[in-house]
Design a protein around this ligand. Structure first.
Ligand code: CMP
Length: 139
């Protein structure tokens, strides 16, 4: 079924001017960018977005990294978009990411791993509504 997922191009990637190259990966895989904005997250916003990880040892560093520069938040739409996007991104740790994936090709580390993608349709709905209102998503 046609689905939507929340994607974030992270500060390591915007810093290296990789937004277009990463977007081309999505589009070549048949995902449509139906909403997109470049934003500088505040500490409170990043902490809220990643609140599921609040108890993890890396939470503080993750939040500091996510506010270290601009991010591009976007909604990707397509057939099985959540799983499709996860395939294109590759494993969270670039050392484990399959060749040809975004993280294998662009990520610097498990933290500076260039992209975030929702891990389920349920979380996608929550994450999309965190950043976008209905009329900002144009399918
Ligand atoms: P993301 O998909 O954005 O969701 C949580 C993020 O935590 C993850 O990608 C990683 O970039 C980040 N992270 C930082 N350190 C770790 C770690 N040791 N294990 C897993 N994720 C980590």
């Amino acid at each position: 079924a046609t689905e939507r997922t929340l994607s974030i191009i992270k500060p390591d990637a915007t810093r290296r001017n990789l937004t277009g190259k990463i977007n081309a990966r999505f589009e070549e895989a048949g995902l449509r960018i139906v909403a997109q904005k470049r934003v500088q997250l505040t500490k409170a916003q990043a902490g809220q977005f990643y609140s599921v990880h609040a108890e993890r040892s890396f939470f503080g560093e993750l939040v500091d990294f996510m506010i270290s520069g601009p991010v591009v938040v976007q909604v990707l739409e397509g057939e099985g978009a959540v799983a499709r996007n996860r395939e294109i991104m590759g494993a969270t740790n670039p050392a484990n990411a399959a060749p040809g994936t975004i993280r294998a090709d662009f990520a610097e580390s498990v933290e500076a791993n260039s992209v975030h993608g929702s891990d389920s349709a349920e979380n996608a709905a929550i994450e999309i509504s965190y950043f976008f209102s209905g009329c900002e998503i144009v399918g």
